[in-house]
Design a protein around this ligand. Structure first.
Ligand code: HEC
Length: 142
């Protein structure tokens, strides 16, 4: 086979693998910077603590009638980029949180997380994600 044919196959298989090209690629996706302090207030106001504990911030759950506990933040081997965090807020079933019993956090592959897409503004989402992202600390041992 000619070298150019081999390169051609490589390019096509890369394109088909959908890594970083194609209509669903997140390449070029960039939100404006968020306001984490406002995000923290919104996190409570929008009822996130009903299902989430934030590592190191037990106060957020004070007086809250907790339905379940999925921990947000804390030591992690890999900081999640905001694309992943935005996805976990607006399309939570895309990737279900790890480290939990499947049935405790999802049903038939659908996340049990409440759908906020019709009630959360884009600005609110940006600020909440800025707050959430700060809660994770990089830790190779985690
Ligand atoms: C009714 C319960 C419920 C509410 C309310 C809720 N969530 Fe969730 N959330 C979940 C569950 C269950 C998961 C784990 C399953 C999944 O990954 O979708 C989750 C996962 C997440 C994750 C990913 C965590 C990880 O480790 O991968 C983030 C981030 C998150 N939620 C943010 C929020 C924010 C922000 C709010 C408020 C605007 C919120 N959630 C409100 C139930 C909820």
């Amino acid at each position: 086979m000619r070298p150019s044919a081999i390169i051609g196959i490589g390019v096509v298989s890369f394109a088909l693998s959908g890594c970083d090209v194609g209509p669903k690629s997140a390449r070029g996706f960039r939100l404006p910077d968020g306001d984490a302090a406002r995000g923290e207030r919104l996190f409570s106001d929008m009822g996130c603590p009903a299902c989430h504990e934030v590592a190191g911030m037990p106060g957020l759950r004070e007086g809250v009638d907790a339905q379940m506990t999925v921990v947000i933040g804390g030591p992690t081997p890999r900081i999640r980029n905001y694309g992943e965090l935005v996805t976990s807020v607006i399309n939570p079933s895309h990737e279900i949180a790890r480290g939990y019993e499947r049935n405790a956090v999802s049903s038939d592959g659908e996340s049990l997380m409440r759908n906020y897409n019709d009630v959360m503004t884009v600005s609110e989402m940006i600020d909440i994600v800025a707050f959430v992202q700060r809660q994770y600390q990089l830790d190779d041992e985690a």
